[in-house]
Design a protein around this ligand. Structure first.
Ligand code: KG4
Length: 330
């Protein structure tokens, strides 16, 4: 059987990434993150993101291809994130992918970014269906049911702010640098920290809401004025618990109702220590819980290649006239 060699590109937000997946084995996984450049703006500055992708993509590509003994003529497919994401940022990856697919005369595979976050977990273990997936990132918060491979049904989602976006805003009010979620998590790791309870959010079904909780916290923080490090830690841990438990309570209900064989977590917020620990503690023994390794919680192209390998099996190739879809639905 002919080898399957996928070169995948991801550029939907603030990471320029290229990966090479050969017959399911990850040969290269190069990620250039722009976090430092966006820090001074307190969040991702879209126009800067596009310019940095354009500036860096060829270096990232050359690095991935510099793999010892690798001949780029063996590439059989080019995969690329086509959406959702920042319009300008997506276009850089899509243009590069079309150029490579044309030059190498191989099929192009268009991949949904969130499918990537879900299938990143296949680097831990093969999936068992039906499966429940949590997507928790700066731009998305969804509970997704997969009856089968690549069949996505969003059964719950945030009705306002994404979990990471709200966490980042609370972190900023606490005087923590971008990306705030990471720094909230760091604060909660040392010492014996006291917590206080925050209001419970009760949305219908499996839906979620983070905006009210965020505004409540912002008001509390403003009233508090100058805070000691100890008090900041109390805020950080209490926030983390309230945010993650809202999500996990809904997931617990969905597990009872849908009876999935596996639970997987994806997206930047899946790096959160409390979420990782608590998901294991609550659900281990009831079903398989996959916690992604930290390297595949942030945006990367390995996860895009993984989805592409499933799309290839189903012969779902994209046309070379395809364009990016910033608001693409799962
Ligand atoms: O998936 P991602 O890298 O980018 C997109 O939004 O697509 O997610 C970034 C989000 C940010 O809000 C960041 O604060 C959050 O993930 N994040 C975390 C942690 N690491 C990243 N939030 C909580 N705890 C973490 N350890």
């Amino acid at each position: 059987m002919k080898d399957e060699v996928i070169l995948a590109i991801e550029s939907s937000c603030d990471e320029t990434a290229i990966a090479i997946l050969k017959n399911g084995e990850l040969l290269a996984n190069t990620v250039n993150t722009q976090i430092e450049e966006h820090k001074k703006f307190g969040g991702v500055y879209p126009e800067l993101a596009s310019r940095l992708h354009l500036q860096n993509i060829t270096a990232v590509l050359s690095y991935a291809l510099s793999l010892k003994g690798f001949d780029y003529h063996t590439i059989t497919h080019i995969a690329v994130t086509i959406g959702p994401g920042l319009p300008g940022a997506l276009q850089i990856g899509v243009m590069a992918a079309k150029t490579l697919a044309t030059y190498l005369n191989v099929p192009l595979i268009g991949v949904h970014h969130l499918a990537g976050h879900i299938y990143a977990n296949e680097f831990v273990k093969d999936f068992k269906y039906p499966l429940l997936a949590i997507i928790a990132s700066g731009g998305n918060t969804e509970i997704v049911y997969l009856k089968d491979e690549l069949s996505f049904e969003i059964i719950g989602e945030t009705l306002d702010d994404a979990i990471g976006e709200a966490l980042d805003k609370v972190a900023r009010a606490l005087g923590l640098p971008y990306p705030g979620g990471v720094n909230i998590d760091k604060l909660t790791k040392e010492g014996d920290i006291k917590t206080f309870s925050l209001p419970c959010v009760r949305e219908k079904g499996y839906n979620l809401s983070y905006s009210g909780l965020k505004s409540h916290l912002l008001r509390l923080i403003e009233k508090e004025g100058d805070m000691t490090l100890e008090r900041k830690k109390e805020y950080a841990l209490s926030t983390e618990i309230a945010f993650m438990n809202q999500l996990l309570d809904k997931v617990e209900n969905a597990i009872k109702d849908y009876n999935p064989k596996m639970l997987v977590i994806g997206g930047g917020v899946s790096a959160n220590s409390y979420l990782r620990k608590e998901a294991q503690r609550r659900f281990m023994g009831k079903l398989d819980v996959l916690i992604p390794p930290l390297w595949c919680t942030t945006d990367n192209a390995a996860m895009i290649a993984k989805v592409a390998s499933h799309l290839i099996k189903e012969k779902k190739e994209a046309s070379l006239t395809i364009s990016s879809q910033p608001n693409m639905k799962l």
